[in-house]
Design a protein around this ligand. Structure first.
Ligand code: ADP
Length: 677
C-alpha cells in the first residue's frame, strides 16, 4: 500500500514545493526530493524511520499533536505554520496544507501534505519588524517634533516630542485639521485660514517646505516660534500624507536676543567710553551717560541727579533725563532725602529692587506717602551712586520700569562700570569748568584794570584842567593887585581880592571833594551827627547858592519842619551839590524847586530842575565815581565825583538816592532820610 501511495506522489518528486506523507502513527512514509533537500536528509535516513514530529521544534510538536487528530477527522488542514528542523539543526519556517487519505472502510490511511518554504518571507517580516522598531526608536527619541498629516490635514501620528511641544495628545489633536489645532491664528491675533498655510499646501501642490519659520500655538494658547519642514508622501502616485518636522525656536530666539543684547551693550559701553572721555561739557557728559545707561539696563526711564543741597536743605535742581519727558519729573519734584534715595546720595552703594511698591522702606515720607500722583510708574528700581575720586558722591543714576524684576545683576554691574567712567569724566569737566571760570575772572580783572587805568588818565586830565582854571584866575588877580599897588590906584583892589577869594574857595572845594573820595574809598568818611531841622539847612543852602547864582529862582515847597539825626555839614554838602548841578546843567531854564515831604518812616527830598536832562541809558551810572556824561563834559566843568560823594553820604545816613530824568526836559534828583526818633 505504501508503495502505491508513494508511487502516486512521485509525480511531485521535483516540484518546487515540499511533499510528504505520514501514516496513522505519524511516521513519514514519503518525502519528495525538494523537501529532502531543504531538510538535508536522504530518503533512506527519513522515510519509514523518522516521525513527522521528529523534524519539528518543541512548539511544533505540540501543535502537531493537537492538529493531527483533526486531520484524521476532517480530512484536511489548511495553512498551518510549522517550523521544521533540518538535519543540521537549522530552522525552516513553512506553511503546510494537508489532506487525509482513507480506505474503502473510511479508515485513515495516510496524509498528503504540501510544504511551502516561507523562510524568505520570515526574513522580510522580521526585517520589517526591525525597521518598525528602529523607526519607533528614532521617532520616540527624536528631540525634533514629528507630525504626520493625512490628505484632510488631520494628524495621524505624533512623536512624544511633538506631544510635549504642543501639549495635545494624538487623540485630542485628531479632532480637526492640525492647522486649526496649532496654527489657527497669527501672532498679531488675526485668523489664519488653512488654505493660506504653506505647510498644508505642500501635499496637494506637491512641494517640499524647507526651513520655514513660523509661529504655532500650544494647547494653553501661548504662541511659540518654530522652524519646520514638510514633505508630502505619495503612494502609487497619489498624495497620501505629509510628514512635518518642527523645531521649537524659543530658546534659540532667546539666545539670539541675549547675544544681540550683549552685542548692543558692548557697543554702547564702547561708544560711551569714547564719547565721554573726550568730552568736557558737563551737561553733554551727563546726558550721554543717562541715555546710555538707560538703554543698557532696559529701563523705561533713567535720570541723573546731582548730590547737591540748596540753601533750604533741599536736593539741588540739576539733572538729566532719558526716556521720559521733563514734566514727568517736574510734577514729582526733586528726589528728597527719603529712605529710598538716601543710600545712593550718602554713597552707601547700589540699590536694586524688583518691586519698590512692596519695599518696606518705601512710602514713609510725607507728603506723598508712596508714589506721588502723576509720577512715573516705577516698580523695578535701580540706583547707582556716581563717586568722585576723592570719594565724594557726585550724584546718582536712577532707573525705573513699570514692570517688576527688570534690572539684572549684570545690568547693575554695567551701570557701575559706566558710573566710574562717568565720575572721571565729570571730575575732568569740573576741573576744566573751574579753570575756565578762573580764566574768565582773570580776563575780567584785566579789563577792569585797563578800564581803571584809562579812567585814571582821563581823571588826571580833567583834574589838572579843573585845578588850572581857578589857579590861572588867582594868578591873574594877584598880578592885578600887585600892579594896582605899584601904580598906587587901589580903587579896584577890593574887587580883585574878592575874585581871588572866589578862586581860593573853588580850589578848596575841589581839593576837599578829592579828599572826600579818598576817605570814602578808605572807609573813613565819619559822620558828626546831631539832631537838627533839615528845613533850616535847606534854607541856608538856598541863600548861599542864590548869592553865587543870581538870576536863578529856587523855590522850596512841602513841610516846614523836618527833624533829622545826621551830619549837618555833610548833608549841606549834598544839598549844595544837587543845587549846584541843577543850576549848572540848566543854562536856559532858571526855575528850580525843592520839595520836602514825609511819610511814616522817611523824609523825601527832591531837587527838580528843567535843564538839559540825562539820557535814560546813563541814569544808573551817574552816581559812580568819576563818571561824567561825555556829551556834556566839554560844556560844563566838573570832576564827576559830586554825585558819588552825595550818594555815599546819604547811604551812610541810612537813606536812598536816585534820579528821574528825561533828556531835554529836566531832572529830579531825590533822596530820603530817616525820621529822627
Ligand atoms: P560833575 O557835575 O562834577 O560832572 P557829578 O557827580 O555832580 O559831577 O555829576 C555827574 C554827572 O551827572 C555830570 O557830569 C552830569 O553829566 C550829570 N548830572 C548831574 N546833575 C545833573 C542835572 N541836574 N542835570 C543834568 N545832568 C546832571
Amino acid at each position: 500500500m505504501r508503495n502505491s501511495i508513494t508511487q502516486a506522489l512521485d509525480a511531485f518528486r521535483n516540484v518546487p514545493c515540499g511533499v510528504h506523507s505520514i501514516d496513522i502513527n505519524g511516521t513519514i512514509i514519503y518525502m519528495n526530493q525538494t523537501e529532502l533537500e531543504w531538510l538535508g536528509y536522504t530518503e533512506e535516513e527519513i522515510v519509514g524511520k523518522l516521525k513527522f514530529s521528529d523534524i519539528l521544534t518543541t512548539d511544533g510538536k505540540e501543535k502537531f499533536r493537537t492538529h493531527f487528530p483533526e486531520l484524521i477527522k476532517t480530512g484536511k488542514l489548511r495553512n498551518l505554520e510549522f517550523v521544521l528542523v533540518t538535519k543540521s539543526g537549522d530552522l525552516l519556517p513553512s506553511i503546510i496544507n494537508s489532506n487525509a487519505m482513507y480506505d474503502e472502510n473510511g479508515s485513515f490511511l495516510c496524509s498528503h501534505s504540501f510544504t511551502t518554504n516561507i523562510a524568505h518571507l520570515k526574513i522580510s517580516e522580521s526585517k520589517l519588524k526591525a525597521q518598525d522598531i528602529l523607526t519607533k526608536t528614532i521617532t520616540d527619541n527624536a528631540t525634533v517634533a514629528l507630525f504626520m498629516m493625512n490628505k484632510e490635514g488631520i494628524c495621524t501620528f505624533m512623536n512624544p516630542a511633538a506631544e510635549a511641544m504642543i501639549g495635545y495628545t494624538l487623540e485630542e489633536v485628531k479632532q480637526k485639521p492640525l492647522h486649526y489645532m496649532i496654527h489657527h491664528h497669527r501672532p498679531d491675533g488675526s485668523f489664519y485660514p488653512m488654505e493660506e498655510c504653506p505647510i498644508d499646501r505642500a501635499l496637494p501642490e506637491n512641494f517640499d517646505v524647507r526651513a520655514h519659520e513660523d509661529v504655532f500655538i500650544r494647547k494653553d494658547g501661548t504662541f511659540f516660534p518654530v522652524i519646520c519642514a514638510a514633505s508630502p508622501i505619495f503612494e502609487n502616485g497619489m498624495p497620501v500624507s505629509t510628514v512635518i518636522e518642527v523645531r521649537d525656536l524659543t530658546e534659540q530666539k532667546k539666545y539670539i536676543a541675549e547675544i544681540q543684547g550683549k552685542k548692543l551693550s558692548l557697543e554702547i559701553l564702547n561708544s560711551i567710553g569714547r564719547t565721554i572721555s573726550g568730552q568736557l561739557d558737563l551737561q553733554v557728559i551727563l546726558q550721554e551717560v543717562t541715555d546710555a545707561t538707560t538703554k543698557l539696563t532696559g529701563a523705561e526711564f533713567g535720570a541723573f541727579f546731582y548730590n547737591a543741597i540748596n540753601n533750604n536743605g533741599d536736593a539741588y535742581m540739576l539733572y538729566t533725563l532719558s526716556g521720559a519727558p521733563r514734566e514727568a519729573f517736574e510734577k514729582f519734584g526733586m528726589p528728597r532725602n527719603t529712605a529710598v534715595f538716601q543710600p545712593t546720595f550718602s554713597g552707601e552703594g547700589v540699590v536694586r529692587v524688583d518691586d519698590i511698591t512692596k519695599d518696606s522702606k518705601y512710602g514713609k515720607n510725607s507728603p506723598h506717602h508712596g508714589m506721588p500722583k502723576g509720577h512715573l510708574p516705577v516698580v523695578s528700581y535701580l540706583a547707582v551712586p556716581v563717586i568722585s575720586k576723592d570719594n565724594s558722591v557726585i550724584g546718582g543714576l536712577f532707573f525705573g520700569h513699570s514692570k517688576p524684576a527688570v534690572f539684572t545683576k549684570e545690568a547693575e554691574e554695567m551701570v557701575l562700570g559706566v558710573a566710574s567712567q562717568a565720575a572721571i569724566a565729570i571730575d575732568n569737566a569740573r576741573l576744566f569748568e573751574d579753570l575756565r571760570t578762573a580764566n574768565n575772572k582773570n580776563e575780567e580783572l584785566l579789563t577792569l584794570a585797563k578800564e581803571s587805568d584809562r579812567k585814571k588818565d582821563e581823571f588826571m586830565g580833567i583834574a589838572s584842567h579843573e585845578l588850572k582854571t581857578p589857579l590861572t584866575s588867582l594868578k591873574a588877580y594877584t598880578q592885578l593887585i600887585v600892579n594896582a599897588i605899584e601904580q598906587k590906584d587901589l580903587s579896584n583892589v577890593p574887587k580883585y581880592i574878592y575874585k581871588t577869594e572866589e578862586g581860593v574857595i573853588k580850589l578848596e572845594r575841589l581839593v576837599n571833594d578829592l579828599l572826600d573820595v579818598s576817605k570814602i574809598q578808605a572807609g573813613r568818611l565819619q559822620l558828626n551827627t546831631s539832631v537838627f531841622d533839615f528845613i533850616k539847612l535847606v534854607n541856608t543852602s538856598i541863600e548861599n547858592i542864590g548869592m553865587i547864582a543870581p538870576g536863578y529862582r529856587i523855590e522850596r515847597i512841602g513841610i516846614d519842619v523836618a527833624r533829622v539825626n545826621g551830619d549837618r555839614e555833610r548833608l549841606e554838602q549834598v544839598m549844595i551839590n544837587l543845587l549846584t548841578n541843577a543850576i549848572k546843567y540848566s543854562p536856559d531854564n532858571k526855575d528850580i524847586v525843592i520839595s520836602i515831604k514825609r511819610d511814616a518812616s522817611v523824609y523825601h527830598i527832591m531837587v527838580i530842575d528843567q535843564g538839559i536832562g540825562i539820557p535814560s541809558g546813563k541814569l544808573d551810572k551817574i552816581f559812580t565815581r568819576f563818571y561824567r556824561i561825555d556829551d556834556n563834559s566839554q560844556r560844563f566843568s566838573g570832576l564827576g565825583i559830586g554825585l558819588y560823594i552825595s550818594s555815599e553820604i546819604i547811604k551812610s545816613h541810612g537813606g536812598e538816592i536816585g534820579v528821574e530824568s528825561k533828556e531835554g526836559e529836566g531832572s529830579t534828583f531825590w533822596f530820603t532820610l530817616p525820621l529822627s526818633p
